[in-house]
Design a protein around this ligand. Structure first.
Ligand code: ADE
Ligand code: ZN
Length: 337
């Protein structure tokens, strides 16, 4: 089954590029930029990656991003992630970046987006991996700060497919961002939001009804609300679920308790994603393998995660058909019939 999983064509829809910063690259960039890190070695950094909830992770995640200074740093970070995608048979990826994590410490919006975007273009040309870029607002910051960030994004609208909402969910419900999301939609951007990761199902309802999202990031708390489950299934609202992340951040005690297969069986458009792979112990293949070990999904359930992700992606119908064809070809060769 591991070979099946490794070779399975995949699509990633929930990946924070800052969360793909491996300790090795963190040290390299720290040295290149003459910055110190809180860790004395790669091993010490890795051993600090134990979290008891989302906030305890975010504190370490934002600190890690301090080594990203130049356009080349953002390029190198993104390129390293794309090489992992290639190794995992990821055909297409839609990645988040958090401009405010950088602008708040004096790094220009353009520096971050230029580096990331140029790596994504090179990834398409040299690796054949297509991609889209989503800019997230940090929900622990103000509405005004989100509007300022949207203003900075205006010269780059053709490089962005959507805006998203991330950071601390508890205490920062979607309604604070209703107006800035309305402006983003008026500019032609789609919207997505982290909701129901640690927070209640009401955050998922509000992301749908107030922010008019096309996808819910995480959404695993939807299980607490049968009416919501019905609505999500009927509307085929995609959930970008991140199994290893949910275990590392103690959303579930262990992978055996994860509700992803239940959600899939209930007809929801559930997908598998890696979130912050450098911090949570793995990229796309690692997430599929961890699920397989704990929950023994069938081969057709595993392939359904890719089918759902293709359906939920923000690409042309032509590219969707091409990816579905790749999946069908894989299934004809490796599927268990
Ligand atoms: N899992 C997550 N939830 C909320 N914000 C994040 N930023 C990076 N990873 C995140
Ligand atoms: Zn996330």
């Amino acid at each position: 089954m591991e070979k099946f999983i490794r070779c399975l064509p995949k699509v990633e829809l929930h990946l924070h590029i800052e969360g793909s910063l491996e300790p090795e690259l963190m040290f390299e960039l720290a040295e290149r930029n003459g910055i110190s890190t809180p860790y004395s070695s790669v091993e010490e950094a890795r051993s600090a990656y134990h979290f008891h909830n989302l906030q305890s992770f975010l504190d370490i995640y934002y600190q890690g991003a301090n080594v990203l200074i130049t356009e080349r740093d953002f390029f190198d970070l993104t390129w390293a992630y794309l090489l992992r995608c290639k190794a995992d048979n990821v055909m297409h990826t839609e990645i988040f970046f958090d401009p405010q994590t950088h602008t708040e410490r004096g790094i220009a919006f353009d520096t971050a987006i230029n580096g990331i975007y140029h790596a994504l273009r090179q990834g398409e040309k040299e690796l054949g991996i297509t991609s889209r870029l989503i800019m997230c607002f940090l929900r622990h910051l103000s509405e005004e700060a989100a509007f300022e960030t949207l203003e900075m994004a205006k010269p780059h609208l053709n490089r962005l497919v959507a805006v998203g909402l991330d950071s601390s969910e508890l205490g920062h419900p979607p309604e604070k961002f209703e107006r800035v999301f309305a402006e983003a939609r008026a500019l032609g951007l789609k919207t997505v939001a982290h909701a129901g990761e640690e927070g209640p199902p009401s955050n998922i309802w509000d992301a749908i009804n107030l922010l008019h999202v096309s996808r819910i990031d995480h959404g695993v708390q939807s299980s607490e609300d049968p009416e919501l489950i019905k609505t999500l299934a009927l509307s085929r609202m995609p959930l970008t679920v991140c199994p290893l992340s949910n275990i590392k951040l103690r959303v579930f005690d262990k992978m055996e308790d994860h509700n992803i297969l239940t959600l899939l069986d209930q007809g929801l458009c559930v997908t598998v994603n890696s979130d912050d792979p450098a911090f949570f112990g793995g990229y796309m293949t690692d997430n599929f393998i961890a699920l397989n070990k704990a929950l023994s999904p069938s081969p057709s359930q595993l392939a359904q995660f890719t089918r759902n992700a293709i359906e939920a992606s923000f690409v042309s119908d032509e590219r969707k058909q091409e990816m579905m064809q790749n999946l069908d070809d894989f299934w004809d060769k490796h599927g268990i019939h």
